[in-house]
Design a protein around this ligand. Structure first.
Ligand SMILES: [Zn+2]
Ligand SMILES: [Zn+2]
Length: 290
């Protein structure tokens, strides 16, 4: 009996169709290994105390029509705090000059991508809100842009130290970009810059603190914090490593199971095809051939 219908046995497949390469998802690096890399670069594990109340990051009256907030509460606030702590646990390098806190590079401003930047995490952690970027322009009576922005008083765009940050109108922020030709703040902002402005902080190679004593010295004036030993999160890392191993094992077992099932199904399908081609009745469909 000749085979009819459109079903083709597997052996008729063109022999040279290469199997589609399996898409390998980009491996997410474990926080433990990121932290270790940052510690090797000279980072310190500095943990700030959760502030008992929202800190005022504006420190002045705002122009009419310019508004703070809205303030995060409940779950949203908790998740903002968690986001900050995730960055914090990877450590900060601390500059020797004025104690700028430089986070792991994934949170630095010069990194592309959607990751919430370090200074935004810091502002939200301490102030419970952060100005949104890209909101429609508000202008004052002179036409100056008044949208709220986070300014770096230290002119290091990646710095995450709360007392180096201020939230202010865009025009004030822009004005800071021309400051300190004589060495001290001369941009006219009542809240003074901490350093002279130099363009492109990514090209700058500041000296970093090497000891905890040096860190404590330059951190005078910062919110309350502790410096943990480098081993601080090792237990946590071990646990997360074990969780990951167990997850990978479950995934492998699941894939093996699916693979076996697929093979079994294709064997069964092939058997029934052979039966159709040769005309031999197979048990399940023997009535068709009587
Ligand atoms: Zn700074
Ligand atoms: Zn200035």
């Amino acid at each position: 009996m000749a085979k009819t219908g459109s079903k083709t046995p597997a052996s008729d497949d063109p022999p040279c169709t290469p199997p589609k390469p399996k898409k390998i998802p980009k491996a997410k690096r474990a926080s433990g290994s990121l932290r270790k890399a940052n510690l090797r670069r000279g980072a310190f594990l500095i943990e700030f105390q959760t502030p008992p109340a929202a800190v005022d990051v504006v420190q002045r009256e705002l122009a009419v029509g310019v508004e703070k907030g809205p303030m995060l509460t409940g779950k949203d606030l908790q998740s903002a705090r968690d986001q900050y702590r995730t960055m914090e646990r990877k450590g900060f390098r601390v500059t020797k000059d004025i104690g700028c806190l430089i986070p792991d590079e994934q949170y630095c401003t010069y990194q592309q991508g959607h990751t919430v930047k370090g200074h935004q995490r810091t502002i939200t952690f301490f102030a419970h809100w952060c100005p949104k970027q890209g909101s429609s322009a508000i202008r004052n009576e002179h036409g100056w842009p008044c949208n709220l922005q986070v300014s770096h008083l230290c002119h290091r765009r990646s710095c995450c130290r709360l007392d180096h940050l201020i939230v202010e109108e865009q025009w004030r922020n822009v004005k800071r970009n021309f400051c300190g030709s004589t060495g001290s703040c001369d941009c006219g902002n009542p809240i003074k810059c901490l350093r002279r402005y130099t363009s492109q902080d990514t090209a700058e190679l500041p000296d970093f603190c090497l000891t905890e004593e040096e860190v404590s010295e330059v951190m005078v004036g910062a919110p309350t914090f502790v410096i943990h030993p480098p081993s601080r999160y090792e237990n946590r890392d071990d646990k997360s490593k074990q969780r990951k191993l167990a997850k990978d094992k479950r995934k492998r077992n699941q894939e093996l199971h699916e693979h076996k099932t697929a093979r079994k199904q294709s064997r069964l399908a092939a058997r029934s095809d052979v039966a159709v081609v040769t005309g031999e009745p197979v048990a399940e469909s023997s009535d068709d051939f009587m």
